[in-house]
Design a protein around this ligand. Sequence first.
Ligand code: GNR
Ligand code: NI
Length: 167
Amino acid sequence: MALLPILRYPDPRLHRKAALVTEVDEAIRKLISDMAETMYEAPGIGLAATQVDVHKRVVVIDVSEDKSKLFAFINPEILDRSGEQVCEEGCLSVPGIYEKVTRSERVKVRALDPQGEPFTLEVEGLLAVCIQHEIDHLDGKVFVEHLSQLKQSRIKARLAKQARITA
Ligand code: GNR
Ligand code: NI
């Protein structure tokens, strides 16, 4: 197990598009276990490989209260979506910033599990928000890019100021 450093917005590496995993092997299982440890330690409810500078389509999520329901998604795809919900989102790559984002209320996801077996899952609520947020990361998109240009510039200014204070 290992803790992995998390990239911070506006790092250009957060905008890379992650590649499909072609073989689910020990290296991918090790990545999943390191990502889970990093997510729990942060703490966060999800983490995409892009955020730890690994540009492969791998996501971990645990939205349970007691951190007992870990999901791993390899090559996740949204097959179907319906409804709308607004959730105040945060991101481990954009620390201290919370903004409302509108996303689908329900999504049907297909992915491979850590054994390389395909599965589909229908989810709603926070788990659905989180899967959409993580798949965006794999496509090089950070949640603030759902906001207006004005909000994005304000967030960049706020983060730059924070960075000067903590430097
Ligand atoms: O920890 C996280 N919390 C969160 C809250 C609302 C909507 C999405 C998220 S995901 C975030 C962890 C993260 O940055 N995942 O990429
Ligand atoms: Ni995020």
